[in-house]
Design a protein around this ligand. Structure first.
Ligand code: HXC
Length: 526
């Protein structure tokens, strides 16, 4: 127990200040040198070193560093470390206020007890009322076993606050150690999840439980490591080799996002001309619609300085989602990726894009959608896996989005996938197409086989008949001006003008207002 004997009638405050400095020093030192050494041996930075990397130098203002638990039992009375295993406060990132909490694994394994949870609750409440982003640096063993149900209640308070802050302030979870059981649901409720290979693992039940229930032997890393969540489950949007790279990108993402839902994203200076022609686009995209190309290269040609910050770069790679700038203004880009599964939409792609569209909409980030999609992926796995529900998520997210929305049809845009990829009919403010566009219910080959099946079968030369009907269908229904003649695209443009057209369109839409219906909330498919 700390006891403080105040000096009797001191002449000034110097004694108090010196005592305070000594007490603060003990807080900053952490529990022990050996605990810090063990943290290093686990290949991890300390919570304070992480906060130093996250914030502008010297800007972090810790609160409740002197907080300690008041729990009893299991020897806890004898062990009441400062901070109670979590460091909370705020600072600046590129000069803008950001709140953070960082679990300190050196203290009770970063586990969450009552006082620990209350500190997190306080910083979450402050972030929401101040309208500033919240970053959690996770490195903890979950609920503090010795504190029982109060620890569980503490998690409940975090989850409720995550949800209440959702769409109000950006919430970023950075997983830098274990994150097990119910604790994983806080990251899952936030906007962006970052992980570092080798040190971060997330799972509902760990390898020991998996072994006892299923008999399967699996390592922590293979069960819930960064690559698993970055490539397979989609639970992590960003994966890194080092904590330094990871936290540098957290800073980068924060520099792009608005601080809250009432502000617009910061505008960055760029030397990239808004009227720069994108001459190479006609070579980047093959004229033959069955040939693949890398949509990333197309985006890089169009956006400011060729820079896009991709979300979920290694998961559901048949769709690209990321942030970029056009004439300095932040946009969210959603694009089919013909280089991966021909750019088809499937369950994971729909989920990935739906979440991204909702995130952009929540934070007033305009959407640019580049379309080159052959349709939805057919097959039993997809149907039984719920492609109807999951595909509907993307449809719902676009239909619900009130931010400026511009669709650009690069090449193929077939069937339901055309509609879902932010077509004018579901609310895109403007739709443009390149002269290579093919917008139709299906490709000419498939269409001829269905509609003219009898004519083809009965023809003297079926193959010649098939070729005739394919040509006929294409020239009547799939020609580049077909949708423009019907007002379903606003214009067919020279690819070289794409950047300028997008910048002009988004400039015109900057003050867009789209009031929402008066209702409690919609009921999106899940
Ligand atoms: C209290 C804990 C703890 C816990 C670990 N420690 N887990 N203290 N509560 N949950 C302590 C250890 O006693 C040890 O203390 C220190 O933290 C470091 O732990 P180690 O085991 O030595 O570290 P390591 O080998 O790196 O393993 C880390 C670990 C492992 C993988 C996290 O400790 C582990 O599996 N712990 C149990 C995790 C767990 O089951 N948590 C509950 C999840 S369920 P000393 O004093 O020796 O330094 C949950 C419910 C949330 O969280 C529900 C929300 C709705």
């Amino acid at each position: 127990m700390t006891t403080i004997d105040p000096p009797a009638n001191p002449p000034d405050l110097r004694g108090y200040v010196e005592e305070l400095a000594a007490a603060r020093e003990r807080v900053l030192e952490g529990p022990s040198a050996s605990a810090s050494r063990q943290q290093a041996e686990r290949g991890k930075l300390t919570a304070r070193a992480r906060l130093d990397l996250l914030f502008d130098p010297g800007s972090f203002r810790e609160i409740e560093g002197f907080r300690r638990h008041r729990a009893v039992g299991f020897g806890l009375e004898e062990r009441r470390p400062w901070t109670d295993g979590v460091i909370t406060g705020w600072g600046t990132v590129f000069g803008r206020t950001v709140f953070a909490y960082a679990h300190d694994f050196r203290v009770f394994g970063g586990s969450l007890g009552e006082a620990h949870a209350q500190k997190i609750h306080k910083v979450m409440d402050l972030a929401k009322s101040a309208g500033a982003p919240l970053v959690s640096l996770s490195d903890g063993a979950g609920a503090r076993i010795q504190e029982g149900v109060t620890a569980l209640a503490g998690y409940g308070g975090i989850f409720r606050r995550n949800v209440r802050a959702s769409g109000v302030i950006p919430q970023i979870s950075v997983i830098l150690g274990p994150c097990a059981g119910g604790a994983t649901y806080s990251p899952a409720l936030t906007d962006f999840v970052f992980m570092v290979r080798g040190i971060a693992q997330m799972y509902i039940t760990g390898p020991e439980v998996v072994h006892s229930v299923t008999g399967e032997d699996i390592s922590h890393e293979r069960l819930g490591g960064a690559d698993v969540h970055g490539e397979v489950s989609g639970a992590a949007g960003f994966v890194y080799d080092t904590e330094e790279d990871c936290l540098a990108d957290v800073r980068h993402l924060l520099s792009m996002l608005p601080s809250n839902n009432r502000e617009l994203a910061p505008v960055a200076a760029t030397g990239d001309s808004p009227i720069r022609r994108c001459a190479s686009l006609v070579d980047l995209v093959p004229g033959d619609p069955s040939r693949a190309y890398d949509m990333r290269a197309v985006i890089e040609e169009i956006v400011d300085d060729g820079e896009m910050f991709e979300v979920h770069a290694s998961w559901a790679q048949n769709i690209l989602c990321g942030f970029a700038r056009l004439d300095g203004h932040l946009v969210g880009i959603v694009a089919n990726q013909p280089a991966w599964l021909a750019g088809v939409l499937d369950i994971h792609a729909s989920e990935k894009a739906a979440r991204f569209v909702s995130t952009c909409d929540a934070f007033s980030i305009p959407l640019v959608t580049l379309v080159d999609v052959p349709g939805f992926l057919p097959g039993r796995d997809q149907e039984h896996g719920g492609i109807i529900r999951h595909g509907a998520k993307l449809l719902y997210a676009y239909c619900d989005a009130t931010v400026p929305r511009v669709q650009l049809i690069v090449r193929k845009a077939y069937g339901g996938a055309y509609i879902v990829m932010d077509s004018q009919s579901i609310g895109a403010d403007l739709s443009f197409a390149w002269p290579s566009n093919e917008i139709a219910v299906m490709g000419a080959e498939g269409a001829a086989n269905v509609v003219f099946r009898r004519e083809i079968a009965e023809a003297a030369d079926p193959e010649a008949a098939r070729a005739h009907w394919i040509k006929e269908y294409r020239s009547q229904l799939v020609h580049p001006l077909y949708a423009a003649e019907r007002g379903l695209v606003e214009d067919v443009i020279d690819p070289a003008d794409t950047r300028t057209v997008l910048i002009e369109s988004l400039g015109m839409l900057r003050a867009k207002q789209a009031p929402l219906p008066d209702r409690k909330h919609g009921n999106p498919p899940s």
